[in-house]
Write a protein that binds this ligand. Structure first.
Ligand code: ADP
Ligand code: MG
Ligand code: ZN
Length: 488
């Protein structure tokens, strides 16, 4: 078995890490889970609130059907069983960002159970079990600014629908944890149920981790690390925590069950509360909401409408389009990228050529401006048409790069740019021969050397001819002619 822990520090080889993640994903509904308030991010504090989500007495929550649909969609995509009967529960605790004094969540009857996700680590496919997916409302946000002896509370986020996706303790290294997170994020984005924006907190993760001697079956005592909001931090927090636990055990101590907080500035974790201080949430069934009965017909409708997921797409790109795994992985990493790619191929682009242009030229232009494929000024059909101009010899591959940049800057079609700028490739052999002869006549010393066997000078001649023709000479013809004339 491979394990990232093995190679770490003294004593590391003796231990194995056991990790389970609880991932909170904000669902992409327009309105909150129990009221009609907007879920839009970044508005003025407390402008998206109503008596329901600020916890006024005497009002009743009404369940947002879309939130249930999104949870079911996710469950189906992650191979879960969808519960025909589930219900909400009250999780009681007091905190200023939770005005009701309890959070409406799910407890003993969650909407989805028993699924799995496949990840690839070091070339091996591994299944990570999903214990459950449940729905809950988000809390508000406390803001500590101004330095006074007070804090602010913004309740815009209170009542925004969340899914909590709980994994089995099947993860064995920080790297696997990061891969699992990435896989979840891609899947949620494909499904259109979460935007996966970790900086804005749409996707957050608590990591449970314990260590055990290699070969031991029983799990060790775990710590739960909170406050992780990037793939890099999942790895960092877990690496630190595993080392810390190993050190505790190696020094004769015992790991205690506790909640720890990750500090991204120092890359360390520190204790927040121990098991003894843990909350007793006094869960009980939510009396203000009726149980959810998800009937088979509705579930089947959601299933039939599931989009193709990244794994299936990757397989198709490899088997049908003959793409290398590397290309396929890149292209399926975002659904919008995969769709753009497919559109370009369907418009007649040769699959590998489209992939090359997207991975190199297109990404360079987009990255330079911090743009994503959604803002790409070039349309898939336009790339396909440009590739055709290379294929039929109208422009050379080299000229195509400047044409493509022009297309990106102006949104114009390749044909128009080529015509306007007079970039059509010279494939008339007598015209090329004339230039070849001129360049040869101008460089007698180099001709001597190449004839004496200095093959490297061929590049020099090609360069001179390209310069003379402003890059428009057909490179294959230039090469052939030069060889004929210089290497007798
Ligand atoms: P809680 O309700 O306290 O959060 P759960 O039983 O729901 O506890 O488990 C939460 C997460 O902890 C799950 O992802 C699970 O896989 C993980 N987990 C449970 N036991 C261990 C352990 N011994 N080591 C590491 N992770 C664990
Ligand atoms: Mg927990
Ligand atoms: Zn509201």
């Amino acid at each position: 078995m491979k394990s990232g822990v093995r190679s770490q520090g003294s004593g590391a080889g003796k231990y194995e890490a056991v990790i389970g993640l609880e991932v909170h994903a904000q669902m992409l509904t327009d309105t909150k889970i129990f009221c009609g308030c907007s879920t839009k991010f970044g508005s003025e504090p407390n402008t998206q609130t109503c008596p329901v989500c600020i916890g006024m007495p005497g009002v009743l929550p009404v369940l947002n059907r879309k939130a249930v649909e999104f949870a079911v969609r996710t469950g189906l995509a992650l191979n879960c069983k969808i519960s025909p009967y589930s219900r909400f529960a009250r999780k009681n605790y007091f905190y200023p960002d939770l005005p009701k004094g309890y959070q409406i969540s799910q407890y003993e009857l969650p909407i989805c159970e028993g699924g799995y996700v496949e990840i690839v680590v070091d070339g091996d496919v591994k299944k990570i079990g999903i214990t459950r997916i449940h729905m809950e409302e988000d809390a508000g946000k406390n803001i500590h600014e101004g330095g006074g002896s007070y804090s602010f509370v913004d309740l815009n986020r209170a009542g925004v629908p969340l899914m909590e996706i709980v994994s089995e303790p099947d993860i064995r290294s920080p790297k696997e944890a990061a891969e699992y997170m990435k896989k979840l994020r891609t899947s949620l984005r494909y499904l259109g149920v979460c935007d996966g924006n970790m900086e804005q907190g749409s996707l957050r993760c608590d990591a449970n981790v314990s260590i055990r001697p290699v070969g031991q079956k029983e799990y060790g005592i775990r710590a739960e690390v909170k406050n992780i909001n990037s793939f890099k931090f999942v790895e960092k927090a877990l690496e630190y925590e595993i080392k810390r636990q190993i050190k505790v055990v190696e020094e004769g101590g015992r790991v205690i069950q506790e909640t720890r907080l990750f500090d991204s500035a120092t890359g360390t974790t520190h204790s927040m509360r121990s098991k003894e201080e843990a909350h007793d949430y006094r869960y009980f069934p939510e009396p203000d909401l009726v149980p959810i009965k998800a009937d088979a017909k509705w579930i089947n409708e959601i299933k039939d409408a599931l989009p193709e997921l990244p794994d299936a797409k990757r397989e198709m790109f490899v088997s049908e389009y003959g793409l290398p795994e590397y290309d396929a992985d890149f292209l399926v990493s975002e659904r919008s990228l995969a769709i753009w790619y497919e559109d370009a191929v369907k418009a007649g682009g040769q699959p590998k050529a489209v992939s090359n242009w997207m991975m190199v030229e297109l990404m360079k232009l987009l990255n330079d401006e911090n743009k994503t494929i959604e803002d790409c000024p070039v349309k898939p059909l336009q790339l396909a048409r440009m590739l055709k101009l290379i294929d039929n010899g109208t422009i050379s591959g080299k000229i195509a790069k400047t044409v493509f940049e022009d297309m990106y800057r102006t949104g114009k079609d390749a044909e128009i740019i080529v015509r306007e700028k007079g970039l059509i490739q010279i494939s008339d052999s007598s015209e090329i021969e004339k230039t070849v002869d001129e360049v040869i006549a101008k460089n007698p010393k180099e001709v001597e050397r190449i004839k004496a066997g200095d093959e490297k000078l061929l590049g020099f001649f090609v360069g001179q001819i390209m310069k003379a023709t402003k890059g428009k000479a057909n490179p294959q013809m230039v090469n052939d002619l030069l060889k004929k004339k210089l290497q007798q």
